[in-house]
Design a protein. Structure first.
Length: 472
């Protein structure tokens, strides 16, 4: 004979994935089992109801015609089956049809009882299909602000499965700093539209546009709140890129003229010091000449960066345009920074997608862009940190490159200016053009670059290239 504990475990496993709601009761009416479908039907987590009496947890169910049949089941092991055509569920405001069936499960030392429940609503299936077919995220919460509808587009935007958020407060979709705003909107307005920050299941924050409406019944009582949500991250990045592009055009023209004036004299200084080194044998004087040569080389590098920055199009650099392997470009770039990584004891982790499509563009220009970003990460890590480089292939033939570090991070007021030409937070001699040049190269290749940073924790650069039909 199977033991009592083993029987309970067997029953729990058996009911878990059934397509109808199922509850297990002991002879006192205490809930000892509660499957996933019943969690979804009742909009309540099993942890809240287990080991409580069914009359305490679902008084509405008991009062709407189930009390007597349930009592006979528990006392006399008498099965029952009912249809309630005007059933009002316990935890949300709808009139539905409920089918419920109760059966005894006999055991030598005790008795268990199983309740099957299925809710039906006219046009419910059609409405669900329409909601899930919408490309726009739709979220509905009840009058107590618990989520009761969460369509497929919302799952994609926020990263949660429907089962993870149903019954949760609407607050879970927003970061802490936006929760006061949400409560103000719900308490103050019948309708509202504007931009806020959403919070992904991974804790990542992203820009959203929210259209909100309060839903009331004929008695003007609020019964639900409707949220229509768009992820506007890409639009924000494009807007930022356009603003930066205008700045680049203006500053580039000025910088180019200045760089041309400086370039020729600087080349002369470097050539002269190299000539002096070949003729001077005094070690002390050689050290001084080398110091001048090194300073001149650094100045020429600054001038070359400004010249690169000032060009109208990246294609003017004449690196050549062809199909190139993004993984291979990144691998070659990391080889160039190996000495810096070893010097600062920084660990480099590389995770490359094995079958990325090739990107149409300038391999050397892209390498220059990636190098600036990786060097920025290296400089941000005081020592003994980590840099992770990941490539992935996203839907709609989109290549994503993620470069993240465990460095000092960037404070919010500096983050907003990070791609501005000549803006730098470093104490070292730095032009502040590296990330501006990287952004421009990526932009000229039809890509987008987004940055997220948390002070004292690190920074993430996300680069996206939509290859479309331009791939091999």
């Amino acid at each position: 004979m199977i033991g009592l504990d083993a029987l309970l475990q067997l029953l729990t496993n058996f009911i878990e994935d059934m397509p109808v709601g199922v509850m297990l009761l002991d002879k006192s009416g205490t809930l000892i089992g509660f499957n996933k479908k019943q969690e979804k039907n009742s909009r309540i987590k099993r942890e809240v109801v287990l080991n409580k009496n069914i009359a305490e947890v679902f008084p509405s169910l008991i009062q709407q015609g189930v009390e007597q049949p349930l009592a006979r089941l528990l006392e006399n092991q008498e099965p029952f089956e009912l249809f309630l055509d005007q059933y009002k569920p316990q935890y949300y405001d709808r009139i539905m049809v409920l089918w419920i069936k109760g059966l005894p499960i006999k055991h030598a030392s005790s008795s268990y009882f199983i309740l099957y429940l299925q809710l039906f609503e006219e046009y419910e299936s059609l409405a669900a299909h329409i909601l899930n077919a919408s490309p726009t995220a739709i979220v509905v919460c009840d009058s107590s602000r618990h989520i009761v509808i969460f369509n497929k587009a919302a799952e994609i935007i926020f990263g949660y499965g429907e089962d993870n958020v149903l019954g949760e407060k609407i607050d879970c979709l927003f970061p802490e700093e936006n929760k006061t705003d949400i409560h103000t909107i719900l308490n103050t307005y019948n309708t509202w539209e504007g931009e806020l920050t959403g919070q992904h299941a991974s804790s990542r924050h992203f820009a959203i546009r929210l259209n909100y409406s309060k839903i009331s019944n004929q008695k003007k009582t609020t019964i639900a709140f409707l949220f229509i949500i768009w992820d506007i991250t890409e639009r924000k990045i494009i807007e930022q890129n356009l603003v930066h592009a205008e700045k680049l055009a203006l500053l580039g023209k000025l910088a180019g003229e200045l760089a041309h004036q400086l370039n020729n004299p600087m080349v002369g200084v470097i050539n002269l010091t190299e000539l002096l080194l070949s003729k001077e044998h005094d070690p002390q004087k050689q050290d001084l000449i080398k110091l001048i040569n090194r300073a001149g080389s650094e100045c020429r590098e600054v001038v070359n960066n400004i010249l690169t920055f000032s060009r109208k199009n990246i294609s003017d650099i004449n690196f050549g345009t062809k199909y190139c392997d993004v993984n291979e470009i990144l691998k070659n770039t990391t080889i160039e920074v190996n000495s810096f990584l070893r010097l600062k004891q920084i660990k480099l982790l590389e995770q490359y997608h094995p079958s990325l499509p090739k990107l149409y563009g300038d391999a050397n220009a892209l390498k220059h862009a990636f190098l600036n970003i990786i060097m920025n990460s290296i400089e941000a890590i005081p020592g003994d940190g980590e840099i992770i480089i990941t490539t992935s292939l996203q839907p709609k033939k989109s290549i994503e490159i993620l470069i993240q570090d465990t460095g000092c991070g960037i404070i919010p007021e500096n983050l907003a200016r990070i791609f501005e030409p000549f803006f730098t937070t470093k104490n070292s001699p730095n032009t502040g053009l590296g990330l501006s040049i990287s952004q421009r190269i990526i932009f000229e290749h039809g890509g987008l670059i987004n940055i997220e940073s948390t002070p004292q924790k690190g920074t993430r650069f996300l680069i996206t290239f939509s290859v479309g039909d331009k791939y091999e």
